[in-house]
Design a protein around this ligand. Structure first.
Ligand SMILES: N=CN[C@@H](CCC(=O)O)C(=O)O
Ligand SMILES: [Zn+2]
Length: 395
């Protein structure tokens, strides 16, 4: 028996997201599967996956999953986890009919600025553990609740302690102290703040909603994204959350990896996305928690556009860390099949981060697994609100 080998047998249904395997569908499902993992200094790696339990049994005393399903770890490609404070009252007001306009972000900015590094680190760790317990193995984290040079840089430095997928979102909203000097704030974000944040960030993002007094218009967004790209960051964008606007076209123009929300899309937006490599990331938890109309995933999928699903976990528009909940919403409300929803929350979300090493299971690749306490991935949508998904291994 070799050291560091772990076997899983009795997997009722193994989703690989490799169409060359198993049933030949996009999910590449292998029935009655086994997996052999090896611990390495870079984390556990898959040495075997397939239908031959002997390939595992001969190397170790395996764990029998007794017919449970295994899927690739969920990739939560859109979160705002660096924050302190609570906005439950705002949620109650929205359930009572008050529309979301981004104004509540200021409340979180005040609480986050007042928090110590240790407090923010503790909150981050707690939220990431909560996600791991619900099947998420990769998390993107944005700044955006600091909105000063120092507070944005520390938000990203803290996020970087937990993930390489960090996003500079100094252009989340114009903070109160710049209310009468938008141009001054845009210039601050594009130069000094960017310089301080770039060492800790992989991505640059802007909340582009020309209809909102708090967010940024096309020209402001383009300028900030271009500055970020010159500093070596890669672009992604919040757009189409509150109404139709230029954000999707801008994302495509800049070859952004992803444009997120996409609740409101014009026909031209759809055509632009269809001709691009930009992923449309849908965030149905936001629409649930803001009582907004749901995005139309079926319309995007019909044009061959790559769709990702993520939580957008944040204290304002969706304080849910559950990808499983988003999957259930996507099936119930967005017109996705359970297979499309799972693919979008794994392989699709990986593509929105321009990653090919996660979101699928392959020999030689990371053992990035989520166990389902049920016989099929279908149970993710079929059993909404039930915590049946759990990431394999320690957080
Ligand atoms: N829209 C902008 N940012 C977040 C909401 C942040 C907040 O309201 O605190 C979002 O993605 O929905
Ligand atoms: Zn967001």
């Amino acid at each position: 028996m070799a050291d560091g080998l772990i076997g899983l047998v009795g997997i009722g249904e193994l989703v690989t997201n490799n169409p060359e395997l198993g049933d030949g569908s996009d999910l590449g499902i292998i029935a009655n599967a086994s997996i052999l993992l090896q611990q390495t200094s870079a984390g556990p790696v898959i040495r075997y996956l397939g239908g031959d339990a002997l390939q595992v049994n001969q190397h170790c005393e395996p764990i029998d999953l007794d017919g449970r399903a295994v899927v690739p770890g969920f990739v939560d490609s859109h979160t705002h986890l660096v924050f302190d404070g609570d906005r439950a009252e705002e949620f109650v007001a929205r359930m009572g009919g008050r529309p979301y306009d981004g104004g509540g972000i200021a409340t979180t900015v005040a609480a986050t600025r007042a928090a110590s590094d240790d407090q923010l680190r503790m909150l981050l760790r707690h939220r990431l553990t909560e996600m791991h317990r619900q099947g998420t193995t990769t998390v993107e984290i944005k700044s955006g609740y600091g909105l000063t040079v120092a507070d944005e840089a520390r938000s990203l430095a803290l996020a970087r302690e937990f993930t390489e997928e960090t996003t500079f979102l100094g252009a989340h909203v114009v903070p109160a102290e710049y209310e009468h000097d938008r141009d001054g704030y845009v210039a601050l974000v594009a130069v000094e703040m960017l310089q301080a944040c770039a060492p800790y960030a992989k991505w640059v993002d802007v909340f582009c909603e020309p209809g909102s007094p708090h967010a940024f218009d096309r020209d402001e967004a383009r300028m900030i994204l271009r500055s970020g790209m010159s500093a070596g960051l890669r672009p992604r964008l919040h757009a189409g959350q509150l109404g139709p606007g230029p954000g999707v076209q801008l994302a495509v123009e800049l070859d952004a990896a992803s444009v997120d929300h996409c609740t409101y899309l014009s026909d031209d937006d759809i055509e632009a996305l269809a001709a691009s490599d930009t992923v449309a990331t849908l965030l149905p938890g936001v629409e649930f928690s803001t009582r907004s109309p749901y995005s139309d995933a079926a319309r995007l999928l019909a044009r061959g556009i790559t769709v990702a699903l993520a939580t957008d976990c944040n204290p304002g528009t969706c304080y849910s860390s559950s990808v499983g909940f988003c999957l259930a919403l996507a099936v119930r409300e967005l017109g996705m099949t359970p297979a499309q929803a799972l693919w979008a929350a794994t392989a699709g979300a990986a593509r929105s981060l321009r990653r090919t090493d996660i979101g699928r299971l392959t020999v030689g690749g990371p053992a990035d697994l989520t166990l389902i306490d049920g016989p099929s991935y279908l149970h993710l949508a079929y059993r909404p609100g039930v915590p049946i998904a759990r990431a394999f291994g320690p957080p």
